[in-house]
Design a protein around this ligand. Structure first.
Ligand code: SF4
Ligand code: SF4
Ligand code: FES
Length: 259
């Protein structure tokens, strides 16, 4: 990016959260208004030409890695895929902040440990059923469970949905849309051996039944996934699982059929 210095240059007022931990405030910068700028371009310009101490995260710049997510005018977004012209408010200004619902390390960088710890708590990790020597089990793409697994599988762990979730904001124990979405994908994956462990993990405190189903996660997911639908599936399957165990405690360790 070249630095702009023409006398008739227009500028955008960009307010950026600065600080570490829960201490900080907004600082405003004048950034040259250029064609086809993304929010990430603005942040990069400030860091390269105005204040090298500005801290932020990005990697791919093309919506593949999920690392550039921030709050832009109060809305969680991938900043590399958000064009300035589409969202600048009437006054031509922008406010950029770290993702909501996650601890701030510095400026625009959040600590993702809380987010990924919840994936582990939800058992949203692959439970292998074969050794390396046995190779990958072929699966049919035509079955209902494979289609349910595929519908939830394209998550890139950006935490945009997590930042959009009001239940996470009010209940830090809640596992959140991304971890539950992956859990649902695995529940439907015939190659995963953790169905029972997952259903138990997502049934407990902070589990899927906390979701209010108002779909902010689906609204903001840049990959057009629908974690709310995945969570509805988990609610259904955990209820059936609990009922089966209640009616016949001997079934407690039976895996049951995939959804
Ligand atoms: S479900 Fe969507 S918004 Fe949430 S982490 Fe995955 S890709 Fe990001
Ligand atoms: S639908 Fe559920 S997971 Fe999605 S934002 Fe609302 S409470 Fe959170
Ligand atoms: S930098 Fe990778 S998704 Fe934006």
């Amino acid at each position: 990016m070249t630095q702009i210095s023409q006398p008739d240059q227009q500028f955008i007022k960009v307010s950026i959260w600065r600080g570490a931990g829960d201490k900080g405030g907004y600082e405003t910068f004048d950034v040259p208004d250029q064609e086809s700028q993304t929010i990430l371009d603005l942040v990069s310009y400030i860091q390269q030409y105005i204040d090298p101490s500005l801290t932020y995260r990005f990697a791919c710049r093309v919506g593949m890695c999920g690392s550039c997510a921030m709050m832009v005018n109060g809305v969680p977004r991938w900043t590399c895929r958000t064009h300035v012209k589409k969202i600048t408010d009437k006054a031509g200004s922008l406010t950029i902040a770290p993702l909501r619902n996650l601890p701030v390390i510095k400026d625009l960088v959040v600590d993702m440990d809380v987010f990924f710890d919840k994936w582990v708590r939800a058992e949203a990790v692959h439970h292998p059923t074969r050794s390396i020597e046995q190779g990958v089990q072929p699966v049919s793409e035509d079955t209902a469970e494979r289609q349910a697994a595929n519908a939830a599988i394209e998550c890139i762990n950006c935490a945009v949905c997590y930042a959009a979730c009001d239940v996470v904001a009010s209940n830090p124990e809640y596992l959140g849309p991304a971890a539950l979405n992956r859990a649902w994908s695995l529940v439907n994956d015939v190659r995963d051996g953790g169905r029972e462990a997952i259903l138990e993990a997502v049934s407990g405190t902070g589990g899927c039944h906390n979701c209010h189903s108002q779909q902010s996660c689906q609204k903001y997911c840049p990959n057009e996934l629908n974690p709310t639908a995945s969570i509805a599936g988990l609610k259904r399957e955990t209820s059936k699982f609990a009922l089966r165990n209640l009616l016949n405690p001997a079934n407690k360790h039976n895996q049951g059929e995939p959804a």
